[in-house]
Design a protein around this ligand. Structure first.
Ligand code: KG4
Ligand code: ZN
Length: 358
């Protein structure tokens, strides 16, 4: 049995977890800074790294105690080294390096996006389902990324496309702010849209960018459409053929939230299903914070049904940032590939790290 201690401090969650054989969760600690950043309407990077510093050692203690593990039980330590906020990443990486050195355990540096992909493996195990079959098509939709990736063999990735501007979660957060909703915008928009529909309201139609013939996405247009809708005076700042010359009534927040969610979900689902069909995917994974969106989950189930391709969408706790996914990725990245701990201790954070084929 391989027992991996995972760390993730890429953004605003201090997470530590213990996972057996890449799938069985022994402990998962996630200390969210959400309440702290809510007051500022977004993440303040300097403040985030300071909060991580105070939280990381208690989180390790809690995870080791909850999992009933001693340092000598650990096969390896896996840690996110990018992408993310530099100061936040440094806290997790240095804590993991210190423990790897002190406990003489190998250190496995993990790409945060690879972590999001592997969140589907412990999720499938917990549900008693077969693990996702390869080739697996993965849609990562988080605050920082929107990527379509094909994995034909474990830890080898082919990027099919991604966003050309805002990430899906970023668009949710920015539109949430425009609508005066609390941070983070994703869950708030979902709740506002749901309440509006439950009260019998309809969605205000908003544009979709299809970028046909590609697996790329663009969400800045729909975000700008919301801005123009809420503040028609902004339309005149740039020449626009459809600039209104009469004041329009601004639709209710719930109608705009529902229209925005429909726009984003519609494109994400259609492009993922098309890519799955073209690649002959044996399974589809949807991961990252935005994958906790109920409308996206439901639409993906419906649209994939005719293809009979098994769909894996982890539960929300594994979609948003956590260290279970990092420990799982550490396992699949392989004991065979793990370097002796002395050599990996030189690993530095890479805030702009991309997911490569290696
Ligand atoms: O994966 P994640 O926790 O952090 C990053 O690595 O970015 O994703 C956070 C993002 C935020 O943009 C947040 O608004 C979005 O996920 N999100 C949602 C929902 N829950 C979180 N977006 C839409 N609907 C949700 N229910
Ligand atoms: Zn993430």
């Amino acid at each position: 049995m391989a027992l991996i201690l995972g760390f993730d401090t890429s953004c605003d969650e201090t997470s530590v977890a213990l996972v057996e054989d890449g799938v069985a969760v022994r402990a998962s600690v996630v200390r969210s800074q959400q309440g702290f950043h809510e007051a500022h309407g977004g993440i303040v990077p300097e403040a985030a790294s300071r909060v991580h510093l105070g939280a990381i050692v208690p989180a390790v203690r809690e995870a080791m105690a909850a999992g009933g593990a001693a340092p000598t039980d650990l096969t390896a330590i896996a840690v996110t080294y990018g992408p993310g906020l530099g100061g936040s990443l440094l806290v997790g990486l240095n804590a993991a390096k210190g423990l790897a050195y002190g406990w003489s355990r190998p250190l496995i540096p993990i790409n945060h996006l690879e972590g999001h992909i592997y969140s589907a493996w412990p999720a499938a195990h917990a549900e008693g389902r077969p693990l996702p079959a390869l080739p697996c098509l993965i849609l990562i939709v988080s605050g920082g990324h929107t990527e379509l990736i094909l994995m034909r063999q474990h830890t080898v990735y082919q990027r099919l496309g991604g966003t050309r501007d805002d990430a899906a979660g970023e668009a949710f957060d920015k539109v949430g702010r425009l609508l005066g909703l609390p941070y983070p915008g994703g869950p708030a928009i979902e709740a506002a849209a749901h309440a509006h529909r439950a009260a019998g309201g309809s969605a205000y139609p908003l544009p979709q960018a299809w970028l046909r013939g590609t697996s790329d996405f663009s969400f800045s247009g729909v975000k700008t459409a919301v801005l123009h809708l809420l503040d028609p005076s902004t339309v005149g700042r740039r020449p626009q053929a459809d600039a209104p010359d009469v004041p329009r009534a601004i639709p209710p927040v719930g109608a705009v939230a529902a229209g925005f969610q429909d726009s984003v979900v519609g494109v994400l689902v259609a492009k993922t299903v098309e890519a799955a069909r073209q690649c002959g995917a044996a399974s589809v994974v949807v991961a990252g914070g935005v994958a906790s969106n109920g409308a996206l989950r439901q639409a993906m189930v419906t649209a994939l049904a005719p293809l009979c391709t098994p769909l894996y969408v982890p539960p929300p706790a594994l979609c948003t940032d956590n260290a279970v996914m990092i420990a799982a990725a550490g396992y699949f990245r392989g004991m065979a590939q793990a370097l002796p701990h002395e050599s990996t201790l030189v690993t530095d954070v890479v805030p702009g790290l991309a997911l490569t084929g290696a």
